[in-house]
Design a protein around this ligand. Sequence first.
Ligand code: MG
Length: 203
Amino acid sequence: MKILAIGRNYVAHIEELKNEKPTEPVVFLKPDTALLQNNEPFYYPEFSQDIHHEVEIVLRVGKEGKHIEPKFASRYYDQIGLGIDFTARDIQTRAKEKGLPWETAKAFNGSAPVSKFLPVGEFADLKNINFCLEVNGEVRQEGNTSLMLYDFDYIVSYLSKFFTLKAGDLIYTGTPAGVSAVKVGDRLVGFIEKQEMFNFEVK
Ligand code: MG
């Protein structure tokens, strides 16, 4: 399986990092070794002093497809979860300054915790899903999918022009505002609407 991720998909987050608003989706990938499941702890890596949380809605691809038209895209994802796109912001900032790729800042071991998944059919409106992240009981990030620049169908269609999507692939759909640093001992709890989706510790 592969993990595809979209950057800069919420205007308030683009503004907090002083990035430019993209004219097409910003895409990067993470390897399967980035995945953390079943509330496994995240081990703070030694190569960074500034790991940030980015809570994101995650789509699970349900069947293989490429060159998918937006009007058919909803047939290709069947489950929705919540994840963290952990980012070594110090490494990413240096890479951005030099125009270099982001892999060591974004795709390292454990950089993609993901929750259990819910069937798409449980959601009344995919363009109005509330989600949030609490760190040590305090709300750090709140988002609603209505605020995405590129919606789920557009993202799936766009990615499928470049990458054959396969069942089991995961798509991280971008983070809202409120990203900030984590530290050893933090407990991260993510919610979709009122439902707790993940709950794990930084070690
Ligand atoms: Mg992100």
